[in-house]
Design a protein around this ligand. Sequence first.
Ligand SMILES: [Fe+2]
Length: 517
Amino acid sequence: MTVSSAVHPLQQLSASLRDAEAVLVPTDLAAGDVFPAPPGDMLHALCNSPASRAAIARTVANWVPGAEQPAEPLHGLFIMPVSLPRTLAGGRFVVATVLSNALECETIELLSQSASLDARLARSILAAGNPWDRRTAMRLSRIVTALANSESERLASMDAGIQLSAAWEELHLLHSISAEMALGASPMRFVTNILAEVRNTIGCRWTALRVNGPAAQLLNVSNGGIIAEGIEPVAARRILDAVGGIAKSSVVGEDLVVSTVRRDADALGLLAAGDRVVGNGAMSSFERTLIETAASNLAVFLDNARLYRDLDAMFLGALAALVSAIEAKDPYTRGHSQRVALLSRDIAAAAGMPEAVVKQIHIAGLVHDIGKIGVPEIVLRKQGRLDDAEYELIKQHPETGFRILRDIPQFAPILDGVRFHHERFDGHGYPHGISGEDIPLPARVIAIADTFDAMSSTRTYRTARDRGDVLGEMARLGGTQFDPAILKHFFRVDLTEYDAMNAAHGAGLNDPWRKAA
Ligand SMILES: [Fe+2]
């Protein structure tokens, strides 16, 4: 929201003050020379010179909110606070004048040089203008206060248009948030996009979210649960910790707005925006409304994401249980499907596949051998070489798995991975004998994970092979059994998690009760 018009809302006040040998000066250095003045207006030029503006900005930065007092940033440069809501006034201002005693000191030289003016000329013009002296300057301060009060009332009556503008900003923010929600982004991406959107809408230097408990776990954040945009997390944390507990939302000073992110009774976090740099630079109830809108949408999203994550975990858990029940027929393949799922997921991620595809490949890896439910147990558990008829039965399992899953609509994206995971890149696989890129991508990924796990884990007829031998064999199979373009990503996968899983599954093989079972 900006206060914009050809004529500045404080133009009238500026003119009245100028009649009293005083100048209205914006404290924001980026605001420029807001009130145009005729070329010969020496007082205006000196008070708006870069040196004057810099000294004023330094002094104002040190004013304690609510206890601002007239001050002299430079000897003889006298400034008075102006109590006007920044939202209505279009920024923060002070009233400045050059006192008569400044005419005798080097402040005039400094300001004239800064304004590219001749100091002698400046001195003589100022002297002719009947400048205030230090003794009577406090009377000027009282005039300033009276003028500012009446200006405040006039501006408040113009407020309706500004409120309309604020409503538009809120609507725009809501629209952006709902668009983000519809895209189905990951929780972290959603949060960072919302932080950027709020920062952009409010026009502030930074935004930050501090999350706690389940929300921090969901987003997997460290840094004390801080996600920040435009500010170091450490700095954001310091500011948010200083805010303390707030009921719902609040404007802290004119530089910060905060809102709790709350879903029913659960406090999920605290959203903040600070250092507004557009418009008048102040945070007001409008910005508070905006951040409250963002916070309440964020709460809904985080809550839904948590629910989705729980459902997803339950779904994967149920699938894993089903697969384990099948693998129980042969204790030596126990955990194989989970390890293939893990490796397939990591290969797909290493290849830079989209998050949704990585997830589909993970699930396909988990159920890739589900068709073995149709293979007689005696064949699955047979120690030693299979005869041709038995091998034919084994070769049917990809197609059986496909038939089991094909009627479940939600499994459609993972059917290819199940059906074609025993195809070879050179076309000598089974059951269809297709080759190269005719083999769907998920199946080419799972084939690599499947073979690696078969070679790496303990089987009926042998113990696990040495890692170096296995990797050497895998490399040799590139271009014949495996797609070399995917194989190179397999070699980049960190196998730590896989090894831990393999060790956990292998441990059960030495369980005497299990052996007896
Ligand atoms: Fe298989």
